[in-house]
Ligand binder design. Structure first.
Ligand SMILES: NC(=O)C1=CN([C@@H]2O[C@H](COP(=O)(O)OP(=O)(O)OC[C@H]3O[C@@H](n4cnc5c(N)ncnc54)[C@H](O)[C@@H]3O)[C@@H](O)[C@H]2O)C=CC1
Ligand SMILES: O=C(O)[C@@H]1CCC=N1
Length: 276
């Protein structure tokens, strides 16, 4: 039977999405993955029961027949061009939706490599592993309404979705929610290390930091109020929180944070130029 969705690349993000689709009731026979690494292939088959192969040819791809309704490109941006150029003769254009999760690489570049295919780009993040991801989506002009629905259904299997209508905004999504989990982990590291310097064990400090992030995020998600107001509720005049935020302001931490996110955004643009 022909699979509905073929993943090209079976690494971290592909595993998260495949896991989400399986949990949402998508049959194992509806999914397949191309993955050159034998251990990663075995893990995909064992964990999700899906068909895997090391090449498109081994999965039965040929120019004569469409391979699947949707191809999900889940390889690193640096190998995307070679993978697409190699696949082009085997994938009859216009017959399937191409969904790329690669950072930076534009639909124009990918259409130069694959032909004038129907294309959607997605930018997920690693909380997708728990079904708590946030995925930004952009549809090229070539994509139909049905393609948008299909891309959204795939992304919704691992969390929330947000469409942007201008492709460059996907680089902003990448800088915010795509790379964002790493910023949270960076903060957690700093809170753990600070707590340890203040006399707690690293384990105690880390537990307090993780619980605080989870609780504050849940509060922000539920509350109609702005983060500014939520912050005021924690901050007693002349108290401890004020001492901390004043020290952060003195170091211009918000501006440093904005600069850091701009660096992520600019790197996505640079990758598009380097790899396009
Ligand atoms: N890790 C993250 O937080 C996020 C990653 N992304 C994007 O997702 C994509 C995949 O990232 P990860 O899953 O983290 O990387 P990964 O390295 O875990 O997975 C990539 C997989 O592709 C396989 N591969 C290499 N060449 C191949 C080829 N020619 N054909 C088929 N498979 C091939 C590799 O063996 C590897 O298993 C990247 O383009 C990245 O920009 C997007 C959002 C978040
Ligand atoms: O670091 C990266 O390039 C990828 C894209 C967003 C998260 N990880």
């Amino acid at each position: 039977m022909q699979p509905e969705i073929v993943f090209i690349g079976g690494g971290n993000m592909a595993r998260a999405i495949i896991g989400g689709l399986r949990q949402h009731g998508r049959a194992a026979s509806a999914l397949a993955a191309i993955e050159p690494d034998a251990a990663a292939r075995a893990a995909l088959s064992q964990d999700f029961g899906i068909r895997t192969a090391d090449t498109l040819q081994a999965l039965g791809a040929s120019a004569a027949a469409p391979l699947a309704a949707t191809i999900v490109w889940a390889v690193k941006p640096q190998v995307l061009k070679d993978a697409m150029l190699a696949a082009r003769p085997l994938l009859s254009s216009q017959q399937c939706l191409h969904l790329s999760i690669a950072a930076g690489v534009t639909t124009a570049s990918m259409q130069a490599w694959l032909g004038d295919v129907r294309m959607v780009r997605a930018m997920p993040n690693t909380p997708a592993l728990l079904g708590q991801g946030m995925t930004g989506l952009f549809a090229a002009a070539s994509a139909s309404e049905a393609d948008r629905s299909q891309a959204q259904a795939i992304a919704e299997a691992v969390g929330q979705t947000m469409w942007v209508e201008q492709e460059p905004l996907l680089d902003a999504v990448t800088a915010l929610s795509g790379s964002g989990p790493a910023y949270v982990f960076y903060f957690l590291q700093a809170m753990r290390d600070a707590g340890t310097q203040l006399g707690l064990t690293p384990e105690q400090a880390y537990q307090l930091a993780v619980a605080t992030f989870a609780g504050a995020s849940a509060l922000a998600a539920q509350s109609p109020e702005s983060p500014e107001v939520l912050r005021q509720r924690v901050t007693s005049k002349g108290g401890t929180t004020f001492a901390a935020t004043q020290a952060m302001d003195a170091q211009h931490m918000q501006q440093h944070f904005i600069d850091a996110m701009r660096a992520s955004h600019d790197r996505a643009r640079e990758m598009a130029r380097e790899l396009g």
